[in-house]
Design a protein around this ligand. Structure first.
Ligand code: BTN
Length: 248
């Protein structure tokens, strides 16, 4: 089913990802979208909260039912879709920070939270959550994240046409998700590398459960892992094993 063909709009919920998960478990079809005006318990990656004030941001979750196993490519393809939709709407190219951050300059504009449910070895659903700061003024962000957050309105100095933007987003998501389903992972990876805020050859420090690693950024591998060269050897890292990335 097409992404965006069925859209459930709610005024408020704890998290659109939680609502989408409940609907997926009850059998809602692929492509179903849930959008909330606000979230009371919006979630970010790594157990963080996602600030979700009423009508300020886009809080959307999409039910996907992929056959494909490289689920780590889903946040990358979603980042590309949001980037494309933003470009269509505003003419600006945002940056993608592996694996799920939408970046402008030094600031975070949005993020992606993918959560999946399995039946045995097979994914039965993936919830693709997208949070995008649309119309926040600087002072409207909580103080703790103010200096590292931005919104489309702050960047473009214009009001965002929400409905127009959503049309662009469904179109772009359908395009990139189809590539994913057709096994065009390499195209996703190359495009992600082009849109990445990291440049090949740059030093990246990674804090993992096992300690600190400093390596040279080499790109993204076929499974969507971040490839760093350390001591002449390439090694791919995945989001679950990383606590923090530090780079200049
Ligand atoms: C991150 O950058 O940490 C990911 C943020 C993801 C936020 C979105 S908003 C819609 C969906 N519902 C949630 O609770 N989280 C995601």
């Amino acid at each position: 089913m097409e992404i965006g063909a069925i859209i459930h709009k709610v005024k408020s919920c704890s998290s659109t990802n939680d609502l989408a998960k409940k609907m997926a478990v009850k059998g809602a079809g692929e492509g179903t979208v849930i959008i909330a005006k606000r979230q009371t318990k919006g979630r970010g990656t790594k157990g963080r909260t996602w600030y979700s004030a009423e009508n300020k941001g886009l809080y959307a979750s999409i039910i996907l039912r992929p056959e494909e196993h490289s689920l780590s490519l889903i946040p990358l393809m979603a980042g590309l879709a949001v980037r494309e939709a933003i470009f269509e709407a505003t003419g600006i190219h945002i940056g993608l920070r592996w694996p799920n951050d939408l970046i402008w300059g030094e600031c975070k504009l949005g993020g992606i939270l993918c959560e999946s449910g399995f039946k045995g070895d097979h994914p039965s659903y993936v919830i693709l959550g997208i949070g995008l700061n649309l119309s926040h003024k600087k002072k409207e962000f909580p103080e703790a994240i103010r200096s590292i957050s931005t919104s489309l309105k702050l960047i473009t100095k214009k009001d965002v046409d929400r409905e127009g933007f959503l049309q662009n987003l469904w179109k772009a998501l359908n395009h990139w998700y189809q590539l994913f389903c057709r096994g065009q992972g390499l195209k996703i990876i190359r495009s992600f590398e082009e849109g990445s805020v990291f440049t090949k050859g740059q030093k990246i420090m990674l804090q993992s459960q096992k300690g600190h690693i400093t390596g040279i950024y080499k790109g993204v591998d076929s499974q969507g892992g971040l490839v760093l060269e350390e001591g002449g050897k390439d090694k791919a890292y995945f989001s679950a094993e990383i606590k923090k990335l530090i780079y200049e």
